[in-house]
Write a protein that binds this ligand. Sequence first.
Ligand code: ADP
Ligand code: ZN
Length: 766
Amino acid sequence: MGVGNDQRQSAFFADEADLGGGADGPFAGVVFNRPMDQVYTYRIPEKFLQAVTPGQRVRVPLGRGNQPAVGYCVRVDELAPEGLDTKRLKDLIEVLDDPPLIDAGMLELTRWMAGYYACSWGQALDAVVPAGVKKQAGMRMGTYLTVSDEGRQALDTQNLPPKQAEALGILTRSDEPLTIADLCRMANCAQSLIGTLRQKGYVRSIKRRVRTKVDDDPAPTSDAEAAKARPALTGEQEAVMARLTPALDGDDFATFLVHGVTGSGKTEVYLSAIERVVARGREAIVLVPEISLTPQTIRRFRRRFAKVAVLHSHLSDAERHRHWRSIAAGEVQVVVGARSAVFAPARRLGLIVIDEEHESTFKQETVPRYHARDVAVKRAQLERVPILLGSATPAMETWRNAELGRYVHLPMTQRVGSRPMPGVELIDLRHERLPLGGLSEPLRQAMKTALSEEGQVILLLNRRGFHTFVICPNPRCNQVLKCDSCDVALTYHKNRRVLICHTCDAEKQRPPTCPHCQAANLHYGGIGTERLEREVETAFPEYVSRRMDSDTMRTPGSHEQVLSAFRSGEIKILLGTQMIAKGLDFPNVTLVGVVNADTALHMPDFRAAERTFQLVAQVAGRTGRGDKPGRVLVQTFAPEHHAIAFAAKHDYEGFVQTELPYRREMGMPPYGRLMRLIARGPDEPAVRVYFEQLADALRTAAPPGVTIQGPAPAPVTKIRNLFRYHLRMRCDSPRPLQILWQNVAPTMPPPGEIELAIDVDPVNLL
Ligand code: ADP
Ligand code: ZN
């Protein structure tokens, strides 16, 4: 036993004497990635006394059968929690991580998440650590030598035989872990010499994981443009920076809403703000929607900072693990990534930036169902750093927080270089013929003009496939063809000649007749991106067009490839789903056409108008970004709808002033908080009965101010053969909902085959 251990022991016994005995700790509190609320207490066996710290994963026996399970150690206490019979506590079996994966700040953040998002602490912790880190991907287990304290002492004070001293010296100084073979080679000695050192207790063998040698490190960026001076800030950018600077130089939490129209230079503000914190040795985390993790964005960050880690979804486990380690080791200045990058283990955090904060992809739709923006604000608060939320079209929740003074509103109303906002014209589809499918005559004419003037065109249609529905022509049947396992209409994909369910991805051959009434000549209708592509190719054969949607962008890199061909001007017409609506900055785009602005407008979702407004405003922002003015044509059946009318005028505040009163009237966010419960199971009546009972229990227990809406079948009533019901709890503030659910949940566990999901601040209501 080492010296350190002995000291620890005696100190411990002294403590125990002071306490009058009784405890035989210390004890580890452990949580699991399961829906179990408690922190379980384990005894720490002597051999681990020094090894166990909060934030490590440990292996412990769990349940009646004492099955070994992996959990997260969240605390180490000298005393067991009150009321526990310490005699009956089980021993911890193994410590899995050294050093700990999770630091104290992240422990606190995940504990908050568990409380707020109604999941267990272990579930929240498990979301924080990427799979590659848990698996130690790219690492291998080996036996390595270390110098003991005695060895170090001997080296300093004793006159050891030169060969032994040399070997010990090499081992002491080595940064890398060394195996016996390594050391023999480096010290040019025989294995028996190491044996002697071992016998004397000067060196010991330990098993540990080390990184396998890989050459996949990207070379340090030496972008030719790196040398290019940063642009002088515009007046508005200067004004925003002046407001931010005290916070960037300070040590306090503050939330800023950088509310700038598309092209106003928000990204430049983020870069300047990050420079400021990096200059004082701090690190920044930048969250962007996955869709914006384009080479273009990444280049902008790499050009300005030497050490940038980009966490995108195509990383291998080993790469992810390597990034995690280097971030935790302080080797990274800026982390850029999608949702889960909010948990990047930056230890000297100085700033968090959320770009396009209104994007719904920041919400995770599996447990823990967290919203990365809100988690980021919490993290910033816990770590006392500023956070910037950037958007041209802030979420209503964010806007409201700014109105209430919780967030500092920093407007940017002008485009860089005084470029005008593009003119938006609405095309009323109630009065226009669509001769070929999707493009009205005015839109075709506009395309023709833009293309003949050497401009480029973006066409947005937020629907994949060729025909978006297939319907029986028999008036007495008239059924829409649906997926066999979902309550969802099938989409016809002509390229692959199959019907596809966009919910479960099931594929089906085209039936010759209606499956319900056997009528012949099924009618194919609706227009998706595949059909639009065909139409564009027919109408503009002399210009290269390309479709960008999740069908054509399956392979990693295809996104980049198309975008760079568009940038170079090789592609003239880019058409696709919302993938093309966001964040792109191509100066030569002079026309944007929205083929159907109404696709999201009639969804059974209180945010339908907001989503529509955002999408139209964002895609309109893709034009007029260069020297040529831009033009936007929006085809719609609802030109008077406030979502579309205000988007056409680039009038965010006009939209907000019309939208918010509806929300207030309905008690919907941002005026109320929602907790949505979804139950699903194979037997519809069982699901319904369970939810009726649950709703009764909730109503009985609900304090004043909490209302229970439902239960009702969910808008999509069946997915993968599971029937779905939902109910909503609403209140003006989140706390009563959390308490109500904490009280009722244990009394109403879902029976056998029913799964229950709890969604706090739900984004998806289908
Ligand atoms: P946003 O993020 O608000 O849409 P960007 O930061 O992408 O705006 O800026 C729009 C365009 O203006 C980009 O091409 C960017 O390089 C350029 N830009 C931004 N700030 C400046 C500046 N101060 N001087 C010159 N060009 C700028
Ligand atoms: Zn399906």
